[in-house]
Design a protein around this ligand. Structure first.
Ligand SMILES: [Zn+2]
Length: 390
């Protein structure tokens, strides 16, 4: 399998360094004219046009809209959606989803595979599932440019080794090299929330933002930050993990060993557990919101407690980093009820008065592919921008 995939990938791997540089410039700045690209790369327009012509004939670049300004109209060059493909895998769900994404970050094919905690077994499962995923799109194997894996835990700065994962029971597992050995594909791993943040920066709603934070609201709460246009990782890969910030001193025990972490009060799992403990028959945040709107004091109390905790944590984020945007992504649940209202009020009430109302807090409903899509964007980021986003 490895040899076959390596042989069929030659097209995308044989790009020259100037061709790759041009793709990186467009990946960072978006569609641009030949004149602008030549200036950014320090090349003559003729030299740049030659590189672009070769990439267009290879199907990696394409001409898009014509822009009319002063002087002659110019045609913008952009990445061809089918110019390169990336595989993304999420190890936080069972079964584990695998997606194939195009050069614009769109998912064009998906499959699942059984989840394992054994790195060798994971690599074998990926090697087995890959040919079936790739055959769903013509030329995907020939244009496959990388593979990304998202997991719950800390990842080293080379995006090669999982430093620690409670969910998988791992410590210092060099997963990227194990998977590359089995598949022959360049592989990068990343923390789940950081992968989503990179996806939003590269392809999504944060493309124009230099400083922003992602808060992923799910059974656990994830968090990641872009500072000065780059993913901020910290010294040990754990920068900005708000889930285990103590928000209620001496509160409920957390799976991490501490007490009163944000995750024990405001995660979807914690909210559902609190509802169950109060004897409420609510199976979702939606149902709890409905109960609260009918005046159920138990439901109101739970949503108030959870919303206040999340809002307080977000206020700290705003105070520490002064981001231009807080983007809350959520697969389940809703933020237009009591929970979201209290969260916003708590965030505003706990920042310095001069900071209140200055940082937009946007919520974004995402589909179940969010983690695998984020993983694919890690591979795309490495191909386009470079090997190390921090
Ligand atoms: Zn904790």
């Amino acid at each position: 399998m490895a040899a076959k995939t390596q042989k069929s990938r030659r097209n995308i791997e044989l790009l020259t360094s100037s061709q790759q540089q041009l793709l990186r410039v467009i990946g960072q700045s978006g569609p641009s004219s030949r004149t602008v690209l030549a200036a950014s790369m320090g090349l003559s327009k003729a030299a740049m046009s030659g590189i672009a012509r070769d990439l267009i004939s290879l199907g990696v670049l394409r001409e898009t809209e014509t822009v009319y300004g002063q002087g002659r109209p110019s045609i913008l060059l952009d990445l061809h959606p089918e110019g390169a493909f990336f595989v993304g895998i999420s190890l936080i769900e069972e079964p584990a989803p695998l997606v194939l994404s195009d050069f614009n970050g769109n998912v064009v094919a998906r499959r699942t595979m059984p989840l394992s905690r054994n790195p060798e077994t994971i690599a074998e499962m990926i090697a087995e599932a890959l040919p079936k995923l790739l055959c769903e799109r013509k030329d995907a194997g020939r244009k496959l440019a990388g593979l990304g894996i998202a997991l719950s835990g800390f990842v080293d700065e080379k995006q090669a080794s999982c430093v620690q994962s409670t969910l998988l029971g791992w410590q210092d597992v060099p997963l990227a090299s194990i998977v590359k050995h089995k598949t022959g594909i360049d592989t990068f791993i990343e923390n789940d929330a950081k992968a989503v943040a990179v996806g939003e920066k590269l392809f999504g709603s944060a493309r124009e933002m230099q400083n922003f934070s992602i808060v992923s609201f799910d059974n656990g709460i994830g968090c990641a930050h872009f500072v000065g246009g780059k993913l901020y990782r910290g010294n040990h890969g754990g920068a900005g993990e708000i889930a285990h910030c103590t928000i209620e001193p001496n509160g409920s025990p957390c799976r991490c060993g501490k007490r009163g972490c944000l995750d024990t009060v405001a995660s979807l799992k914690a909210i559902k557990e609190m509802a169950r403990a109060e004897g409420l028959a609510c199976r979702s945040l939606d149902e709890l919101e409905t109960e609260a709107s009918r005046g159920n004091v138990m439901a109101i109390g739970i949503l108030h407690r959870a919303g206040s905790a999340l809002g307080l944590a977000i206020a700290h984020l705003i105070q520490f980093n002064d981001p231009g945007l807080i983007l809350i992504t959520h697969v389940e649940g809703r933020f237009d009820g009591l929970f979201g209202t209290v969260m916003r009020q708590a965030a505003e009430a706990n920042v310095l008065p001069r900071c209140a109302g200055r940082t937009p807090i946007r919520t974004q409903r995402v589909d179940g592919d969010v983690w695998a899509r984020g993983a694919a964007s890690i591979a795309a980021h490495n191909f386009l921008i470079g090997p190390n986003p921090c």
